[in-house]
Design a protein around this ligand. Structure first.
Ligand code: ATP
Length: 550
């Protein structure tokens, strides 16, 4: 057990994200007046200990202290309460309420997609949390399933989402850090304006909520791709496609949240109201009036007339301001793979857990700075060098284009392979195999869609590329002595001498018989016998040839 300050004892790690490690901890004694919640000795809490790199950054520490009051006063039933902020020596830690439940990413992975009604109701509660924080001027900037904890999802039926990591993206935005380190992450949740370095407002959270809602009902975010660059391009240029099973009113909400222009997205409060209207209108027990109201949901999706701005991104008129002059993307706000942790820093190891270094879904390795430019279209001009995002893109590209060098068995080498004759294996004749198509069950109507058991992908066992000796050539099968045919005589006309002679004799005998036994002699008008006639013909031919030869 490790003490955090004098008031808390860390017991066991609950998980590790890119910005720090979350621990289950116990309160040793009642916290002082500076804490939002004093707590009782023996009470269990969750403590996020920020990474050392963050704790060592003077700018982060300053911001941590400055934002203290904002974070501590952010209270809402759907926001994980921050009870205390500890700054002690090299340690920065956030003391939170402990939420006894999985995060939404893990839940989705284990249980499959939600029904449209359940997804709408869950997202409505998240929108409630956003509405409260936006009203307080706080933009989350890192909305994704991994940052939604599910309290009370213990089978009681009631699911209570709680948004966590408020302010972490903002704390981690450090000019020093984002310049000297590379951030990792994937861009599945990045709003187009964030990716382009345009001013950001609370509308980035609405975009995140739209992606999250889409993922809840389909099991995957709308913009995927093999590389981060591809995903980013899709956010910027591609319209999301409506899945066929999605009810129209729910799609109207998603489509409005995913508008490229932030000012066309609904405000959080309106979003929550609209989602509840949709949930009542598309359910199995919806009255005609509720169904009608759901179909007219577009009218409820009015934008926020005064969206909260993100300091330092230009939305507040302080573009490139002191608080955040270099950060264009929220720290890893985009997650191409929802399991990948948000990060502004390279991982440095630590207790394992979801999102930890051992996490196979972590998408991008940390990259050194100073690589040549080549960033996203419309990205900001950067006089100091490439923007971290540009390097991140390149990292993803490099990762995908890496050439793997491995030993290749000569028998597999297409350049070396020679045609090899093989003795045909003696097998009983087989029926030609019909291709087998698996019959897919038709998609269930949305009203009855149940969370399905996740279909885990069977990972192939890790391949070891060890040099292998080429296999010893197979011994050649001994040649059987040629079998003579039972019939020594070949069929005439197949080039066999014996066959030809036999044919000639046969013809000769046939001609003789015809000559002697038929009235042929009378027809021709000769009295010569067969052999005399043959001799006559022979002499005539001989004379003719001699005449030709002169
Ligand atoms: N208040 C809490 N109570 C219980 N568990 C928590 C709490 N906060 C976080 N956790 C758990 O701790 C783990 C790590 O959380 P953290 O927020 O650091 O990870 P992350 O969201 O994946 O990463 P990041 O947001 O930094 O990219 C998560 O699996 C989460 O479920």
């Amino acid at each position: 057990m490790r003490p955090v300050g004098s008031k808390y004892l860390l017991e066991e790690p609950l998980g590790r994200g890119a910005t720090g490690t979350v621990w289950r901890a116990r309160q040793r004694e009642t916290a002082g007046a500076e804490a939002a919640v004093a707590g009782e000795p023996g009470e269990t809490v969750a403590i996020k200990v920020l990474k050392e790199e963050l704790a060592h950054d003077a700018d982060v520490v300053m911001r941590f202290l400055r934002e203290r009051s904002v974070l501590l006063r952010l209270t809402h039933p759907n926001i994980v309460r921050t009870r205390d902020l500890v700054v002690e020596g090299d340690l920065l830690a956030l003391v939170m309420d402990l939420v006894d439940g999985p995060d939404l990413h893990r839940y989705l992975r284990d249980n499959g997609p939600f029904s449209p009604v359940a997804a709408a109701l869950l997202t409505a509660q998240i929108a409630d949390a956003l509405a409260a924080s936006h009203a307080d001027g706080v933009v989350h900037r890192d909305l994704k399933p991994a940052n939604v904890l599910l309290a009370g999802s213990d089978g009681s039926g009631q699911m209570h989402p709680m948004l966590t990591d408020f302010g972490i993206a903002r704390l981690a935005d450090s000019p020093g850090l984002t310049r000297t380190h590379e951030f990792v992450g994937t861009p599945a949740y990045v709003a187009p304006e964030s990716a382009e370095g345009r001013p950001q407002t609370s509308a980035v959270d609405i975009y995140g909520a739209g992606i999250l809602l889409y993922e809840l009902v389909t099991g995957r975010p709308p913009f995927a791709g093999a590389t981060a660059l591809e995903v980013l391009h899709r956010h910027l240029s591609e319209e999301p496609r409506r899945p066929s099973t999605l009810p129209e009113p729910l799609w109207t909400v998603i489509e409005r949240c995913l508008r490229k222009r932030p000012e066309e997205r609904p405000g959080a409060e309106n979003l929550a109201r609209a989602l509840r209207a949709v949930a009542s209108g598309i359910g199995a027990h919806a009255s005609p009036a509720q169904a009608e109201a759901a179909l007219g949901v577009a009218a409820l999706l009015a934008p926020d007339p005064a969206p909260a701005t993100v300091p330092g991104t230009g939305g507040d008129g302080r573009s490139g301001g002191d608080a955040d002059p270099t950060q264009v993307l929220p720290s890893g706000a985009g997650s191409y793979d929802p399991a990948a942790a948000t990060s502004v820093l390279p991982s440095t190891g630590g207790p394992g857990g979801p999102g930890g270094q051992g996490d196979p879904t972590r998408a991008m390795p940390p990259m050194p700075m100073g690589a040549p430019a080549g960033g996203p279209p419309g990205g900001p001009q950067n006089p100091e060098g490439p923007h971290p995002w540009e390097s991140q893109m390149r990292a993803a590209r490099d990762r995908n284009e890496q050439t793997q060098v491995r030993y290749l068995d000569p028998t597999e080498d297409p350049l070396r392979r020679r045609p090899q004759r093989q003795a045909a294996p003696q097998q009983p004749p087989q029926r030609p195999q019909q291709p087998q198509y698996r019959q897919q069950p038709p998609p269930a109507p949305y009203a009855q869609q149940q969370p399905q058991a996740p279909q885990r992908r069977q990972e192939p066992p890790p391949q070891r590329y060890e040099p292998q000796r080429p296999p010893a050539p197979e011994p050649r099968p001994r040649r059987e002595p040629r079998q003579r045919s039972a019939n020594p005589m070949k069929i005439p006309g197949l080039g066999c001498l014996k066959g030809c002679l036999f044919t000639i004799i046969l013809l000769f005998v046939a001609a003789w018989l015809v000559w002697e036994l038929t009235p042929l002699q009378e027809w021709i008008g000769t009295t010569r016998g067969f052999f005399a006639q043959v001799g006559h013909v022979f002499h005539s031919v001989q004379r003719f040839v001699q005449k030709l030869g002169g």
